[in-house]
Ligand binder design. Structure first.
Ligand code: MN
Length: 711
């Protein structure tokens, strides 16, 4: 295990301005927090964060990253809290530690290989600071290095799979070749032990066969370059990793024996000009393997990898792969974003570090060109605009940023979207309009009685949800207008003393520009055509007798079910709506008022507002409640007066709650030293329910008066 002073020395070797005191404090803080905890290896747990910090220091990361490495498991695994860390180390470190902790938590949620791509995006999206991701990668690297100590087979394989599918590709995307190779090979050894062993044995055999092959080729290449005037070039040969050989065998479905280029050589030179010079020397000395030349210097990879690649039949007539690059490019190729970071960090740089990572990434992305790179580019940008949530089963659902529980429900299944009534987000019951965050676990609660609500349209952000809701509203509206229009036409016939029949309507469809009788009903329902106009068109010879229907008569008639329209599918904001003046409830005697283009407004029969419509009897419509309406809640309004004393308001709400009423709105309309007058909106099933609540309130001594609001 690295000692405290060794770690500090290492950091100071590349960053003389590192905060030595903070490093020491973090070392001690972590040691105390982890106390006597042990790793599976039997080592003190504390050795793990120290090793992680060491890996980060080898990558020459900034002091804050090293401190985060030391503290990264304290919040999750010890009694230390984020507040403690904030107090001792400040907000920047607290934010970084929090980021790593969150990443570790979501890791436990999903174990499905097919979701690897989504999961990688989730990890990227959650790493709001690239240093969070770098610490996480170092954490993972140390864990996989010590994987063999874990005795639980399933756990070992899970960690290996995650590493292979999520962390190694992330390291690659960040251009950290060395980290990627090690993660991948250690995971490969766990997942495919037989394949790895046989490849390793085969490599061993080849090594024995030509024990001096790699050094001989190295020396030969070195000579070619020196003779050509590149004395400063260095050549290093290496075998490829078992995992990359395995990949190649899978990709090209060739046997190991046919894989000749298991050796790769790297030529490092001082500048870009020398790269092309070296390439020229090698191409003139050896046969070039066609199709293997790639110029990643003029066109770098999206992760900023720059190099020349070529394949030749080299010395000893071996097929070999050669990479040529400058030493700077090499540093970036090995350490990726991390190298980039330490380069530009610069001593005495006073710019805030928090947005630098973003610039670095953008810098990398700026180099992207070509359709493939562009796709990569767009993908990475998209992560920032997405949130990733889990179903209770652990499936990942990707949604645009700002998406709500309703969007989630529709993304899972249209049927679930159509019938959702609520959502449990991370175990808490929350409204459907709740905006989801990365890593949220969302359980949608459905009810067969539920139908899409027009109000949802105001907050959903996904196209799928919006389209479904709109389509539903359109069909529902049309059905309602149709029923309503038919009832109005029938009533108009009756008022004129005529027998109603659909047949004569056929003849007048053209007059109203309608293609079918149903369209005519819809037009009448929408208030675009009046019932009397239809009757007049059917019987043009009849005089248009003005019918005077008195207010009294309308009121007397209202509620007669034989002529009433059954109100079905009470969906607010649609063809039918309820008057805000009198708040009709099921059980109330009601009357409908037709408003052009808006459909029908339902009032209670004794609502004062109805006086305004006394002169327009043709707008009155007899309506009644349908029987199957128990599912929907209705809002009743009460005016209440209570004494202004402590606890009275509490008694009021307790009484209502006990009766199963749900207060949706409360407004103090008048406040004196002695009394509160207030207006309460309460969700109830029907008028009987409201009456019960009123009775219960009146029975309570602290409540002075209760009246239902009328108009
Ligand atoms: Mn850890």
């Amino acid at each position: 295990m690295m000692r405290q002073f060794e770690l500090v020395e290492l950091v100071r070797s590349y960053d003389p301005n590192a905060d030595e005191g903070a490093l020491n404090r973090a070392y001690v803080f972590s040691m105390k927090a982890h106390g006597a905890q042990l790793r599976a290896s039997g080592d003190p747990y504390f050795s793990h964060p120290v090793e992680v910090a060491g890996i980060l220091a080898q990558m020459k990361l900034d002091c804050a990253s090293i401190i985060t490495g030391l503290l990264h498991d304290t919040v999750e695994d010890t009694v230390a809290t984020l507040d403690d860390i904030n107090r001792v180390f400040g907000p920047e470190i607290a934010r970084l530690v929090d980021g790593v902790t969150k990443l570790s938590r979501i890791e436990l949620q999903s174990d499905q290989t097919k979701q690897a791509e989504n999961f990688r995006k989730l990890v990227l999206a959650m790493s709001e600071d690239i240093r969070v991701l770098l610490v996480k990668l170092a954490d993972r690297l140390h864990n996989i290095r010590t994987l063999r100590f874990i005795t639980n087979d399933e756990k070992r394989r899970r960690i290996a799979r995650e590493t292979m599918e999520i962390y190694a590709p992330l390291a690659e995307r960040l251009g950290m070749q060395r980290m990627k190779d090690e993660l991948e090979d250690l995971a490969f050894a766990e997942l495919q032990p037989d394949a790895r062993n046989s490849i390793a044995a085969r490599l061993e055999f080849l090594r024995d066969q030509g024990a001096t092959l790699v050094p001989r080729i190295e020396a030969e290449l070195q000579r070619v370059l020196r003779d050509g005037g590149l004395a400063g070039a260095s050549v290093a040969g290496r075998e490829k990793t078992p995992c990359s050989i395995w990949r190649k065998m899978q990709r090209k479905s060739v046997a190991f024996e046919q894989l000749s280029d298991v050796m790769a050589f790297r030529v490092l030179v001082d500048n870009v000009g020398d790269c092309y010079h070296a390439l020229g020397l090698i191409h003139s000395a050896y046969h070039v393997v066609p199709g293997r030349f790639k110029d990643y210097i003029s066109t770098p990879k999206p992760n900023n990898y720059r190099s020349l690649h070529t394949g030749v039949i080299g010395p000893e007539r071996q097929r070999i792969e050669i990479q040529i690059r400058t030493r700077d490019m090499h540093e970036v190729a090995e350490f990726g974003v991390a190298a980039h970071w330490s380069y530009k960090q610069g001593v005495g740089n006073t710019e805030g570090p928090q947005y630098r990572w973003l610039r670095e990434l953008l810098d990398i992305l700026d180099h992207a060109s070509g359709p493939e790179e562009f796709l990569e580019h767009t993908k990475l940008e998209m992560f920032q605009d997405q949130v990733f949530c889990f179903t209770p089963k652990g499936d990942l659902i990707a949604l645009p940023r700002g998406a709500t529980a309703v969007d989630f429900a529709y993304a899972v299944h249209s049927e679930i979207g159509d019938t959702c009534v609520g959502a449990k987000i991370n175990g808490r019951l929350l409204p459907l309009r709740t905006v989801l965050g990365n890593g949220d676990q969302v359980e949608i609660i459905t009810s067969k009685a539920q139908r899409p609500s027009p109000t949802w349209e105001r907050f959903v952000v996904t196209g799928k949800a919006r389209a479904r809701i709109r389509r539903f509203i359109r069909t529902q509206q049309r059905a309602q207008y149709l029923d309503l229009g038919k009832a109005i036409v029938q009533k108009a016939f009756r008022q004129e003393g005529c027998e109603f029949s659909e047949r004569p309507l056929e003849a007048v469809l053209k007059t109203f520009n309608c293609a079918a009788i149903e369209d005519l009903y819809v037009a009448v329902g929408q208030g675009l055509v009046t019932g009397r106009a239809v009757v007049a068109a059917v019987f043009p010879q009849r005089q248009d007798r003005a019918k005077v229907v008195s207010l009294a008569r309308a009121r007397r008639k209202a509620g007669h079910t034989d002529t009433a329209v059954a109100i079905r599918g009470l969906i607010p904001g649609m063809a039918l709506h309820f008057a805000g003046c009198c708040h009709p409830l099921p059980g109330d005697r009601i009357v409908g008022i037709v408003t052009t283009g808006k459909g029908v407004t339902i009032h209670t029969i004794d609502c004062e507002t109805l006086e305004n419509f006394a002169d327009t009897p043709e707008r009155w419509l007899d309506v009644a409640w349908s029987n199957n309406d128990g599912e929907t809640a209705h809002v009743g309004r009460l005016n209440v007066m209570i004494a202004n004393e402590p606890g009275n308001l509490g008694s009021l709400t307790t009484v209502i709650g006990k009766q199963g009423g749900n207060i949706t709105n409360l407004k103090i309309t008048n406040r004196s030293t002695d009394f509160f007058e207030m207006m309460l909106d309460i969700e109830v099933a029907d008028v009987k329910h409201l009456t019960t609540i009123i009775a219960a309130l009146r029975a309570n001594p602290v409540i002075n008066s209760v009246e239902r609001a009328r108009g």
